[in-house]
Write a protein that binds this ligand. Sequence first.
Ligand code: AMP
Ligand code: MG
Length: 329
Amino acid sequence: MILGIESTAHTASVGIVSEHAEIVALVSDMYRPPSGGIHPREAANHHVEVLPGLVASAMEAGGVHPHDIEGVAFAQGPGLGPCLRAGATVARTLALVWDRPLVPVNHCVAHIEIARQLSGIDDPLLLYASGGNTQVIVYGAGRYRVLGETLDVGIGNFLDKLWISLGGTFPGGPQLEALARDGSVLHPLPYLVHGMDVAFSGMYTAALALDKAGVARADLAYSVEVTAYAMLTEITERALAHRRRSDVVLGGGVACNGRLRNMVRTMVEERGGTLFAPPNRLCVDNGAMIAWTGQLNLRSGRTAPIEESGVAPRQRTDLVPVPWRERPG
Ligand code: AMP
Ligand code: MG
């Protein structure tokens, strides 16, 4: 078994996963700012406080003893520096105390690998829609390649920021989803697709202007969802066509959204493919995906000595080797 620690943003999470990808334990604790957005230092303080307890409860929940653990994986990046360091410090401590290898894991690759494992789809395209990240990712020649991404903020950060500016509290995505169910009038908003990239700041400004103009909140939420998720559906379809793929997996907190799932599913099925969305607890940031990707890294011999285990807040998906995807011959 491998123990995995996730702490890239607001979620501190510990997962334990067997070599057969069985999730033995998964416990999480999300930092919720009392008002406004996420402050990296405050989130990191939260993680420092809760992580030791999460490790203990994961071990207890899974009935796991330290000698069952073969390695300690942690999310090395991308993410918020202070938050990453909190998780890495706990991982290093456990690796030293238990005398086990330390396995750094790329957070985006982990979203793909858990979805790939659960879906049984061998070579899917990933639409990764989370707070800080919005990317369309596919495997090619030894690396996961980012075909398209946001040019400004992540879709979740956009939804959260909009909701907070409208007087709400974090997280905005699920609350906008609930509100949008009562909406029916589609107000035009900036639809910013550039090739396979997207941008959201124009929509943020325009949505606040619509609110000032007195547009009903439910219609505003509906218009924002339809427009933003259509943009994501379009870049996903472009990437599928371009790379001659047919199957899509979803990852990231925004992938919990029912409308996004339905829109992407309709597109994928019209093209003859399959859409797989992991259950919500494995779609959002979680320690199980880190532990599972730790298994893949460990089997490929990709571990790190403590002195080379620094965090990498800007680690790009396509800079990380994924040798387990290479096929002999
Ligand atoms: P993550 O960064 O992957 O942990 O996901 C957190 C982000 O997901 C936050 O920005 C949330 O607002 C967003 N989110 C969570 N649930 C939903 C939902 N049902 N619809 C839209 N966004 C959501
Ligand atoms: Mg994530």
